[in-house]
Design a protein. Sequence first.
Length: 218
Amino acid sequence: MKYELYVITDEALSGGLPHEVIAERAVRGGADVIQLRDKSRSCRDLVRIGRRILSVTGPAGTGFIVNDRLDVALACGADGVHLGQGDLRPGVARQIAPPGFVIGVSVSSVEEAVSAEEEGADYVVISPVFSTGSKYDAGPGLGPALIREIRMNVTVPVLAIGGIGPENVCDVIDAGADGVAVISAVVAQPDITAAARRLASLIEGRKRAGDADRKRQS
């Protein structure tokens, strides 16, 4: 799975657009992964919504992840689940999930990242890199330096989330992130597709420039 632009749905920040509409517009803009995040819906509703999102992501070849809820992810046929530090441990989820199921984990330290990889996580998300209002429980920004530290200590893809937008996404990629996870920078914008396309282009361009620099130095 490609992780460069990972978009997390949020109906409140989208001005009331349904999760599946957010997903469809973000996919058109080049999102590599869509995460369904909704802490207020019932399990039944989330499964129904998840199946609608899958009908968008599947044909496009875009990854589909469910936040927190392994049961929902399995029931709706998602590609994987994303777990926080207070959720089911990735090692336990790995025992339950079928082969090829993707497990991501939020981390805020090198130790948490290393532990997540050892327990079978397929990717880690450093949260939050910058202070953000999108997640009330995220805490203060940890800074790009942590991206470099974690990148040196794990082999799985490293993503960053929290306060990331067009103005600083290149700094995050330069620090060693394989990609970024965003909410407001795409979902809260008047044109979700255009916002996703702009971020995807910035990430791709920065990675291409970085590859060129490394070739010149080698």
